[in-house]
Ligand binder design. Sequence first.
Ligand code: ATP
Ligand code: MG
Length: 193
Amino acid sequence: MGGTFDPIHHGHLVAASEVQSVFGLDQVIFVPTGRPWQKSDKEISDPEHRYLMTVVATAANPRFTVSRVDIDRPGQTYTIDTLRDLRAQLPHDDLFFITGADALTNILTWKDYSEIFDLAHFVGVTRPGHDINTDGLPPSGVTLIEVPAMAISSTDCRTRVKRGVPVWYLVPDGVVQYINKYKLYLGSEHDGN
Ligand code: ATP
Ligand code: MG
């Protein structure tokens, strides 16, 4: 499951858990992006902060792990590179790429669009307010899964922290404490999508 995870929140975790259960996956690998090209004009937190918050949030689940492939690769993050790196590390496993419906809609603009479907099966998770348009996507390469409604976004979490509004219960407890410890999201406005 790729994401900016700035910060990781319970929407991400519920979606990952749901897809793990529906597909009977051995593990869900959370892959924080390095520099996502779709967000390159926006300020995002240090990759190490995003990586560590993801580790904190997933530590208790034996089926959840976190990969550094994207944050350790120089340059902007492209999904094709993520999938090639994971394939090299896991040559015998079936790969599923879990992504939100909003990101899936952008898939046609992704680099090496045709090859990515050879590397992984795509799972699009729906969330409130994001309609899915799968026009142009190969039906055999994509499955859509409805996850329990979670109207949480990282953008909203960042805005709440900046305004001094609590994010308890929107993100895991350890992530609330991590945000407070490193005083994240108090500065200039982070504007996600
Ligand atoms: P931002 O508001 O900064 O864009 P985000 O909440 O969308 O952050 P991302 O890190 O961009 O979080 O999300 C990673 C993936 O998880 C995306 O594909 C996104 O669509 C999906 N996702 C995010 N929030 C939810 C949610 N509440 N329910 C289901 N999927 C979600
Ligand atoms: Mg987003």
